[in-house]
Design a protein around this ligand. Structure first.
Ligand SMILES: [Fe+2]
Length: 333
């Protein structure tokens, strides 16, 4: 844990981690960066660098490539995977000015590559721009987290929808991978599925749970939730790719859905996946007006109805195969 004082200092003076097996080199770099106004943590040891990264969350790392034991490339990979989806800029320093070393560095995830002796102005310019990028990225992650938390908080108020988004998001991601979409696409689908109903934020619960047929104006209100959801997420550039998943998750394969009455493959795959999983989760969950279906009963129902025009029939078949291959797939992460 960072002390309040270090957190405050880090706000103003970013913390840079230096790793160089030659102590004199690490000290020189440290002195140079302190003069430039940075906080610095230097070490000659890769394992210690990993510990510092875990405990101090530096804003940037400068790694020497040629080190005994774990070299700079491997350390770079370890530090990048430690930081997960958070952006953690890393600069590699080396005496080798060959293209293949740069390629290895880029493959290890490095954000830039400087050959010794380096130009100090060039290096500080690069450090400044990478740290600026990191700050922007952190702010963006923060805004995204707020929206994702909000989505979970909204449905947690209601016993019938509690956990719905999380279940739909986990299972949508699994179906995306099952049909051969990439890891990156499956992550986008997971996010979209978490937020698919965020547009219900303004709807009263008595409308959402009404047993008797809805009035025309109530139906219109409900049918606006994909558009409202899209409007909520639109300002966040990082969520741009998920917008079709939110807007079109109530479109139907036969073109009788809402809000745009898209048909067949005009409906983006991200929305077709959410539509299938959303329906499945509703069928297996209890509702005020009926008890939940068992998994088998839900699968039988979807199998019978797969060509009814609601969903992409090919996708429903894939979904059923996925569940049959692994009956516990709908549980957990
Ligand atoms: Fe919805």
């Amino acid at each position: 844990m960072l002390s309040p004082q270090l957190i405050e200092e880090k706000e103003h003076n970013p913390l840079i981690l230096i790793v160089d097996d030659i102590e004199a080199h690490a000290e020189l770099m440290e002195a140079f960066l302190i003069r430039e106004g940075y906080n610095v943590q230097a070490t000659t040891n890769a394992q210690e660098a990993i510990r510092f990264t875990k405990n101090l969350s530096p804003d940037l790392a400068i790694l020497d490539v040629m080190m005994p034991g774990m070299n700079g490339y491997d350390l770079c990979k370890s530090l990048k995977s430690l930081s997960g989806r958070k952006f953690f800029p890393i600069i590699l320093l080396t005496g080798l000015d060959q293209l293949e070393n740069k390629i290895t560095g880029i493959e290890a995830g490095a954000d830039d590559f400087f050959s010794k002796p380096f130009n100090s102005i060039e290096l500080t310019t690069k450090i400044r721009s990478l740290i600026k990028l990191k700050r922007l990225q952190d702010e963006l992650d923060h805004s995204e987290d707020i929206i994702l938390t909000l989505a979970v908080a909204i449905e947690a108020k209601d016993p019938y929808t509690k956990g719905h988004s999380e279940r739909v998001s986990n299972l949508s991601k699994k179906l995306a991978i099952f049909i051969g979409l990439s890891q990156a696409e499956s992550i986008t689908i997971k996010k979209a599925a978490t937020l698919h109903d965020i547009g219900k934020i303004g709807l009263k619960e008595d409308i959402l749970h009404k047993r008797v047929p809805l009035q025309k104006n109530e139906l219109e209100l409900i049918r606006r939730h994909p558009i409202i959801g899209e409007d909520i997420c639109k300002p966040l550039h990082s969520l741009k790719q998920i917008l079709p998943g939110i807007r079109y998750h109530h479109e139907r394969w036969d073109g009788r859905g809402y809000p745009d009455r898209l048909k067949g493959e005009d409906i983006p795959i991200i929305a077709r996946i959410i539509s299938v999983i959303d329906s499945f989760d509703v069928i297996v969950s209890e509702r005020p007006y009926r008890r939940s279906y068992s998994i088998n009963a839900a699968i039988n129902l979807m199998n019978t109805e797969k060509s009814s025009g609601q969903w992409d029939p090919w996708l429903v078949e894939k979904f059923i195969t996925m569940i049959e291959n692994d009956p516990l797939v709908h549980k957990g992460e």
